[in-house]
Write a protein that binds this ligand. Structure first.
Ligand code: PEP
Ligand code: CO
Length: 460
């Protein structure tokens, strides 16, 4: 039984003896050069306040249960990797606002309430394809995200430094503080999000195409499904729970229920590279009570997926587990149907969400890592087709995007040779606001063209 009189850190250690995940293979972890410094950082985090509390995580589980039942739509997005140096309150507000604008459009498109979840206030650790990087004959550890090392190609920056985990904790706390402030301010007003959407449609080179849809969204009042629980401005946080030293040090036991929660963010996901059934990440995630997600690429088999679901969501509680598929535009129609069919036939309760970014990363002629808007749209529409074709609910989108006018993805006004102009990401390329909203408009066209009768508030 859990001792609810012990302090949270003691309880957390009792619930998660380090041996539990430490004894299992953990992919993508840094080799900290100084174990004593690691222990010091972990001890400091263990003694720190939680960033989120169980009640909020449970509320998100409830929202995602509605997604699982086909009664809501998830809009998740943000940076591929947050940066400790990019301290810009305005940019943060613009990204939070962009998510709400997308929710406005996609809520209209699906005629469902939307749940908004940001990739921020914790998205600082990155899985990489190789442990080292070589430039001009010099080999250094690969950049693993600001929680681990610096992006600059110098030995000093690239050496993993565990004290970065503390900087990340404090940066996440400050980010979350602003997100909560924006959530109760004027930017959370649905009228403001609608105004931004209309401004986009008017300024777009595609305005002739977008005008009618923009007018319909305006007539519908901006967003749909305001039936009790949609809270404008409500924004949950999420990140990949990659760095197990960080996550386990911030795990706390809820004294009321005795259940353990990761308190670094509301929703954590397991990445495509670390979802091994016998690995440390799955073991850690199986013991926290947050809503969780797992990224699923084109090589997963139906058997493997079922075992993963049963490990991560043994009770099958709707809202507990979201599957984020990231197949690639050219593979999604071949790979996804059998998986959806198998999981559905076996009666597993999961939300299906599409990440149309990570299976579509290419190298531009300029050498920039990029994604083509058309590929992103193609994967998303194929996902919608597959899920709807099988009578399952396409539960949402998971995007890499920013409220800043970057030039990282190609399409919607960004040509191949323009990528260098404002390429700011330290990791994967993000959609800018115009690209994000254009995507939402095209998805809306796609969905509404296939919807026999419109059942949207304000429209007969
Ligand atoms: C990511 O979301 O940034 C990521 C690395 O994704 P995946 O695990 O799907 O490759
Ligand atoms: Co990414």
């Amino acid at each position: 039984m859990t001792d609810t009189t012990a302090d949270p850190a003691t309880q957390a250690r009792a619930a998660h003896p380090p041996a539990d995940w430490r004894s299992l293979p953990a992919g993508q972890q840094p080799r900290w050069p100084d174990p004593a410094a690691r222990d010091e950082a972990v001890a400091a985090l263990t003694a720190s306040l939680p960033l989120v509390v169980p009640r909020e995580c449970d509320r998100l589980t409830g929202r995602l249960a509605a997604v699982t039942r086909g009664e809501a739509f998830l809009v998740q997005g943000g940076d591929c990797a947050e940066s400790l140096d990019a301290v810009d309150a305005g940019a943060l507000g613009r990204s939070a606002s962009l998510l709400q604008q997308l929710a406005t459009v996609l809520g209209y498109a699906t005629a469902l309430p939307t749940v908004t979840v940001a990739r921020l206030a914790g998205q600082y650790a990155k899985p990489r394809s190789a442990p080292t990087e070589v430039r001009d004959g010099v080999e250094l550890p690969v950049y693993r995200g600001d929680a681990v090392n610096g992006h600059a190609f110098t030995a000093a920056d690239r050496t993993p430094d565990p004290h970065r985990m503390l900087r990340v904790y404090h940066a996440s706390a400050a980010t979350l503080n602003l997100v909560r402030a924006y959530g109760s301010g004027e930017h959370a007003d649905p009228a403001y999000a609608l105004e931004c959407v209309l401004r986009f449609a008017r300024a777009s080179p595609e305005r002739a195409r977008h005008a009618e849809l923009a007018a319909e969204i305006e007539r519908a009042g901006g967003f749909t499904g305001a039936d009790g629980w949609y809270i404008p401005g409500e924004l949950f946080t999420s990140h990949e729970g990659l760095l197990l030293d960080y996550e386990s040090a911030l795990t706390r036991v809820d004294p009321v229920t005795g259940r353990a929660y990761a308190t670094s963010g509301h929703l954590l996901w397991i990445g495509e590279r670390t979802r091994q059934l016998d690995g440390a990440h799955v073991a850690y995630f199986s013991r926290i009570s947050n809503p969780i997600a797992v990224k699923v690429g084109p090589t997963v088999t139906g058997d493997e997926l079922l075992r993963l679901i049963d490990r991560l969501s043994p009770q099958g509680e709707p809202g507990r587990l979201t599957l984020v598929t990231r197949m690639g535009a050219d593979r999604v129609r071949a790979a996804l149907p059998a998986l959806v069919e198998r999981v559905t036939t076996e009666g597993r309760q999961v939300a299906w969400v599409c990440d149309p970014m990570h299976g579509n990363t290419v190298t531009a002629p300029s050498g920039h890592k990029t994604r083509r808007f058309d590929d992103v749209l193609a994967e998303l529409t194929a996902f919608l087709d597959v899920l709807r074709g099988l009578g399952a609910h396409p539960g949402g989108v998971h995007l890499e995007l920013t409220g800043d006018d970057v030039t990282e993805c190609v399409g919607v006004g960004v040509a191949d040779d323009a990528l260098a102009a404002r390429y700011r990401s330290v990791c994967d390329p993000r959609l800018n606001p115009d690209q994000s909203l254009d995507l939402a408009f095209r998805v809306t066209e796609y969905l509404t063209a296939r919807r026999p009768a419109r059942a949207v508030r304000g429209i007969e």
